[in-house]
Design a protein around this ligand. Structure first.
Ligand code: PLP
Length: 400
């Protein structure tokens, strides 16, 4: 093979690792980091993580666990206390009905999703994925050997997903449907009626619904249901949850899956041969988060809602920029098609690069989420950053 080394790498590495790519957000994040290191002040809407500190009582529980030397291996699927805390919190908030053995505690919701896909999806299986989608779903499916079947949603309908759209994409090879509601990147929420219809359709067809509830507590519509709410369809539902966004705990790596015992058992088996248990004292912190006062969740949600409205009001002052009203999570997904074709900008990725280099605003291009005319902004930042960032965008886009 050539002396370039490319051919060698292709031979050394497995076919499965060559099927996936590093996160599409990496390039822009790396450039933003360089600029920050050079002392440039950025309005950074790139990171998908809360700007809040982890609440005091959660930190104290971890510190206490360390002081008491709770620092050894634990059961792979999590200590009984944390599995109990997860199922009880979920039952209390969503009327689900899981036993602790139907729960595995994982190093973040991402690992729960990864492991679920690896134990369920076989080579050639089809997995339905609504667009726009969170970046990692596609690669996780491809890593397993599965085939991604995209289902387009319509921005004019607020990216609404219906059972009819899913039904049209089902074939005899369909193994699973991935739902993420509220959605990263659009903030769209699958309505309780649509969710029920999708879950019932999947159950009737023997297809698994992998429901990513990472942002479920950041829903602004009031009416919140979980896939787990439909207890009679339990055999085909896997709920993936995370403490990252709910309790501002992204760095702690705390997530979980709830589902049929055999699938949870297989996920635990996979975990037993990779990460083993999640960090012992993080599990104690998670118990404190899940069983403690939930006022912190309500307070943070109220702040996100204010920030959402502030961003949307700011966007109204930018001619040409349009944006759906997100019903949850902490992202806005404005349509930037009015600017593509102006000032040498050929794509949303180009625009994101220019916003960074010329306006010092960090956004993530929509190509990463499967659409070509959008950029994503995370408004999990201070109100001052929102104002400054919107001002910079208005000035830059106005000059195009
Ligand atoms: C849609 C979605 N699912 C899952 C995750 C994973 O979160 P974590 O692994 O921190 O629990 C994220 C994180 O950004 C996300 O946006």
């Amino acid at each position: 093979m050539s002396a370039s080394g490319v051919g060698v790498a292709a031979k050394v590495l497995t076919e499965r690792i060559n099927r996936i790519e590093v996160s599409a957000t990496m390039a822009i994040t790396a450039e933003a980091l360089k600029m920050k290191a050079a002392g440039i002040s950025l309005a950074d809407f790139g990171a998908g993580e809360p700007h809040f500190a982890t609440p005091r009582h959660i930190k104290d529980a971890a510190i206490d666990a360390i002081e008491k030397n709770f620092t050894r291996y634990t059961a792979v699927a999590g200590i009984p206390e944390v599995r109990k805390a997860v199922v009880e919190r979920h039952a209390c908030d969503f009327g689900s009905d899981y036993a602790p053995e139907e729960c595995v505690f994982t190093a973040g919701g991402k690992l729960a999703l990864f492991n679920a896909i690896q134990v369920l999806v076989e080579h050639g299986d089809e997995v339905i994925l609504p667009v726009p989608y969170w970046v990692s779903f596609k690669d996780m499916i491809q890593y397993s050997g599965g085939k991604v079947v995209l289902v387009e949603t319509d921005e004019r309908e607020d990216f609404r997903l219906t059972a009819k759209m899913i039904e049209a994409a089902i074939t005899p090879k369909t193994k699973a449907i991935i739902l993420n509601t509220p959605s990263n990147p659009s903030g769209a929420v699958v309505s309780p009626a649509d969710l029920e219809a999708i879950v019932r359709l999947a159950h009737a067809r023997g297809i698994y619904v992998l429901l990513d509830e990472c942002y479920v507590y950041l829903t602004f519509t009031g009416a919140v249901v979980s896939g787990g709410t439909f207890t009679d369809c339990k055999s085909h539902i896997l709920v993936m949850g995370s403490l990252s966004k709910t309790y501002a705990m992204t760095g702690w790596r705390a997530g979980f899956a709830l589902g049929p015992k055999a699938i949870i058992g297989a996920m635990s088996k996979l975990q037993s041969q990779s990460t083993s248990n999640t960090t012992s004292f993080v599990q104690k912190a998670a118990v404190a988060a899940l069983t403690g006062d939930q006022a912190c969740v309500t307070e943070m949600r109220a702040d996100y809602l204010k920030l959402r409205d502030q961003v949307l009001a700011g966007f109204k002052t930018i001619p040409g920029l349009t944006c759906t009203v997100p019903q949850g999570a902490f992202y806005v997904y404005p349509n930037v098609s009015a600017f593509i074709g102006k000032g040498g900008i050929k794509s949303a990725a180009d625009l994101a690069a220019k916003l960074l280099s010329e306006a010092h605003v960090v956004v993530v291009p929509g190509e990463a989420f499967g659409t070509k005319e959008h950029v994503r902004l995370s408004y999990a930042v201070s109100g001052d950053v929102v104002d400054e960032g919107v001002k910079r965008m208005r000035e830059y886009l106005g000059r195009l």
